[in-house]
Design a protein. Structure first.
Length: 99
């Protein structure tokens, strides 16, 4: 059976958002960014007890899913929530689970 036709584009996108959020470090980053306008990757590495390379992988996953956006301000990268996509994800989850 071809599952591509079974699932809607919205379901696939919701799953992508959920996958990106499926780690405590990523949830921490999202919560932190929801409470402030932006933060720098260096600041995150000071508060999170993980290797910078590991943090970078988590940030990449969130960015690839479209939940955050990064702007290079050499030598640092400034990260912010992608508010439009974050709201879309919120609405999708709300709709999916009748919340």
């Amino acid at each position: 059976m071809n599952t591509n036709k079974l699932f809607s584009e919205e379901q696939k996108k919701s799953a992508r958002y959920a996958k990106a959020m499926a780690h405590p470090v990523r949830m921490y980053v999202l919560e932190l960014l929801s409470k402030q306008s932006c933060c720098y990757s260096g600041d995150l590495s000071e508060v999170l007890p993980i290797a910078k390379s590991t943090l970078s992988q988590h940030l990449k996953e969130l960015k690839d899913a479209g939940l955050i956006q990064g702007e290079i301000e050499a030598p640092k990268i400034k990260y912010c929530l992608n508010k439009e996509n974050w709201e879309e994800a919120r609405q999708m989850f709300k709709k999916s689970f009748n919340l």
